[in-house]
Design a protein around this ligand. Structure first.
Ligand code: ADP
Ligand code: MG
Length: 517
């Protein structure tokens, strides 16, 4: 088991300069999270370099397809294979996507940026260099805000975003005596997004990647599919005594799941603390995370670091953006998760938690909004949020289904909520109707009629049931007289006898009257 798995955080009242919602609400100052080593308390410092595959049809400098899958080398143009004399031509859509992403990260858009050659030899890189942006990236400084579960708002500075090409892939297991190369990914456009060293825990690093992924998916600039490698992160980790200068960092390469990011950081922080507390020093190096062992191990040291001999690619002109293009992209940006969350809280009265859960996926937020906006029904947003989060999302999760393939549509769920609000069905029956629609489909209103699920409104019928249950349980009456809350037991019995169709409030009132509490 990874040592990091039993990482314990000491809580300290150390001054935390970062703004928190608690402070804004005048609640006592936020406690900071430090790691308790054998001898001292330590703060972990993290900065991330995230590679996000740009959502486009074609590659960054060629017309070859970016489609996932296909046979090896099905999507390779002469440019991607670096045949002599081939010239790269920039894909305008990739540039637009990078600018959109920059705007979504509230970042400075650089009207002039330059593509450089990053020179190195590797068999999956036929050009002998990667085209990337070095000194002049297309996007400069920006920020991402994290809503941590304890209410703290963490601001993560973005250092830059640049465009670059992906490399191909070596296949070592296809041939007994040779490695083969698949260039389908060669030349696919990536956005490298670099943060400032602003993250202070594995939890914050995980929250950052989740938030970045949400933003990218809202923007439609990267699908965020980590299983396909469309979003992956290099994580830089160092430790320091609180208030001291930054320590030497190690970089953990190519993490492709949020869980692994957390595990790798915790393990790496512990490793560094162990080394320093035993009198050693941290060497700057690149490390790899082994998910099976939960450990990081050295890949190469700083001395072995490549000298890439960057220089501007003579085949490509600098990218010059017109201010009007940036304005157009800014004006057509969709509503982003932070704005949507604020609107849900302000206009619909949702709690911070409910709003956060709903906006985490754009399609979930859209589903919720369809219910609330539909048909002039004046539906209660809080009730709708509850149902989407607990009944719908919960069940989708358990069954591994996507919200776009939800068996109960927003219209159908809206209709169930209306039946409940009109008093036609009880909350319990509403869950049954939801279940029927989930399994069999159909119009909720028609299901309620055809299966006789209407709530009992006939007062005398309810009274008959109440009288019957009261008469059969004289011993329990004494309990209720001592403890009026025990009336719940009677309510349950009457509800059961009515097949869930009596109105629980009416039953409750009637019982209290009859028993005299
Ligand atoms: P390089 O140019 O060597 O790649 P950068 O300054 O670009 O280094 O930093 C790369 C990443 O490392 C950034 O995400 C940055 O936030 C992070 N980083 C820099 N210094 C530290 C540190 N002392 N501890 C943790 N992360 C750091
Ligand atoms: Mg760097």
């Amino acid at each position: 088991m990874a040592r990091g798995a039993d990482l314990t955080f000491a809580t300290h009242l150390a001054a935390n300069p970062r703004r928190t919602r608690r402070e804004a609400m005048d609640v006592p100052a936020k406690k900071s999270k430090l790691i308790k080593g054998a001898k001292n308390d330590w703060e972990v410092v993290i900065g991330m370099e995230v590679h996000a595959q740009v959502t486009t049809q074609a590659k960054l400098f060629s017309g070859a397809s970016t489609a996932f899958g296909g046979g090896p080398n099905d999507h390779v143009s002469l440019v991607d294979a670096a045949m002599p004399g081939m010239l790269p031509v920039i894909n305008e859509e990739c540039v637009r996507q990078a600018v959109r992403t920059g705007l979504g990260l509230k970042a400075k858009i650089n009207l002039k940026s330059v593509f450089d050659r990053k020179n190195y030899f590797y068999p999956d890189l036929p050009q002998g260099y990667q085209i990337s942006q070095y000194k002049s990236p297309i996007v400069g400084e920006g920020e991402v805000l994290l809503d941590m579960p304890d209410g703290e708002v963490v601001r993560v500075g973005i250092e830059r975003l640049h465009l670059e090409q992906d490399a191909g892939k070596l296949l070592h297991e296809q041939h007994p005596a040779a490695s083969l190369v698949d260039l389908n990914r060669s030349g696919v456009a990536l956005m490298e997004i670099v943060t400032k060293p602003d993250l202070r825990s594995a939890e914050e690093a995980k929250a950052f990647l989740a938030k970045l992924r949400t933003i990218l998916r809202y923007l439609g600039t990267c699908d965020g599919d980590m299983e396909k490698g469309h979003l992956r992160a290099d994580v830089n980790v160092s430790v320091r005594r609180p208030g001291a200068d930054f320590g030497t960092r190690c970089e953990i390469k190519n993490l492709n799941s949020i869980r692994f990011i957390g595990q790798a950081i915790e393990h790496e922080a512990w490793r560094q603390i162990g080394v320093i507390e035993e009198g050693g020093t941290i060497e700057q190096e690149t490390r790899l995370f082994d998910p099976d062992k939960g450990e990081t191990r050295s890949m190469r040291s700083k001395e072995e670091a490549h000298d890439y001999r960057y220089f501007p690619d003579p085949d490509l002109l600098p990218v010059e953006l017109s201010p009007s293009l940036v304005t157009e992209l800014r004006e057509t940006l969709p509503e982003l998760p932070d704005q949507k969350k604020a609107r849900f809280m302000r206009d619909l009265g949702l709690t911070d938690y409910d709003a956060s859960v709903l906006v985490a996926e754009r399609d979930t937020a859209a589903y919720f909004e369809t219910i609330v906006a539909d048909g002039g029904n004046k539906r209660d947003p809080k009730l709708a949020a509850n149902w989407v989060i607990n009944e719908l999302a919960g069940r989708l999760n358990r069954e591994g289904k996507d919200i776009n393939a939800a068996p109960v549509s927003a219209m159908q769920l809206g209709c169930i909520l209306d039946l409940m609000a009109q008093g036609t069905i009880s909350g319990k029956i509403a869950k049954d109707v939801f279940d029927i629609v989930w399994n069999e489909g159909g119009d909720p209103r028609a299901i309620v009629e055809s299966r006789g699920l209407r709530q009992m409104t006939d007062a005398s019928a309810i009274e008959t049931l109440v009288d019957d249950i009261v008469a059969k349980n004289p011993d329990k009456i004494a309990d209720v007289k001592k403890n009026p809350k025990a009336v719940g037991w009677f309510v349950g019995q009457v509800m059961k006898a009515s097949g869930g169709k009596a109105n629980p409030q009416a039953v409750n009132d009637l019982l209290k009257k009859k028993i005299g509490v």
